[in-house]
Design a protein around this ligand. Sequence first.
Ligand SMILES: [Fe+2]
Length: 281
Amino acid sequence: MTMQAMIDEWYPVGLLSQLQPGGRKTALMGAPIEVACDAEGHARVTAADGRVLPVRARYGHVWSSLGAPQKELFPIPEADQPGRRFVDVGVVRVRCSPLRTVENFLDIAHFPFVHTDILGAEPHTEVQNYKVEIREDVDEVWATQVKFYQPQASKSASGGITTEYMYRVPAPTCSVLYKTCPPRPDEWDVITLFVQPLSEDLCDVWPWMALFDDETSMTDLIHFQQTIFLQDRSILENQIPRRLPLDPGMEIPTRADLTSIAYRRWLKRHDYTYGAQLVAQ
Ligand SMILES: [Fe+2]
C-alpha cells in the first residue's frame, strides 16, 4: 500500500504557545519526532535520525511533514481577520484512526445523542437536506446549508437556535467548520479540527477556534469545546473497525452520511489511506 500521498502532507505537531527549548517528543505517522524552539524562538522539528523536517507556524500550531509537501498549508482567511479571538483548545488523545476522527467531526446526526442538550436534543433529530461537493478548483470537500436545531450552540448563544453549518476538508486529517455566530449574524464562527496521526489507530486532536465573542472567558471557551470532544472520544474509541473503511458496502450509509461518503471517496481518490481499512478483514 502506498503511503506517499499522506507522507507529503502537513500535520499539526504541537502548540506554538508551548514551544520549549528542551523540545517535546512526539510522533508522526509512526516515526518519533521532536518539536523544539531554536535560539530565535522559531519552531524546529527533527526526526529521530536528526533530519530537520519542514515547518510552518500557523493557526496557533506548529505544522510539519515527514515528506516533501507538494502544496502550501491550506488557507484559513479568518485567521487574519481583526476582532476574532483565537482559542488554542489544547490536545485530546484518541485511540482511533485519524480519519475516523475527521469523519465523526463531519457527522451531524450524532449531535442529539452524543452532545445531548448542547449541540442537539430530542425530538429535533432529523437531518435536513444539505449540499455536499468536492470543489475541484481547491481540491476540498465542502458541505453547505447544513441546518440543525441546537439548545446551546456555543457559549455566546442564549437559548436554543437553528444553527447553520458549513464544513470544509482541506487536508486528509483536518477539517474547518463554519458556524452561525450568535453575536454577529453576518459572520461565521470558525472551529477547526487539526488531527496529528501518531499511528494508524492513535491520534492527537488539536481543536482551534477563531470566534467573535468578547464576553466569554478563555477558560470557559476552552472548557466548552473540551467537553464536546471528550463526549466524541468515548464514541470514537468504541468504533469497529478502528481504521476507516474506504471500500463501498463496508458500512451502510444514510442521508446524514452524505459528507462522509464524499470524504471517503476523496480520500480514496488521493490514496490518503494511512488509517484506512481497504478490504474487509
Ligand atoms: Fe461530536
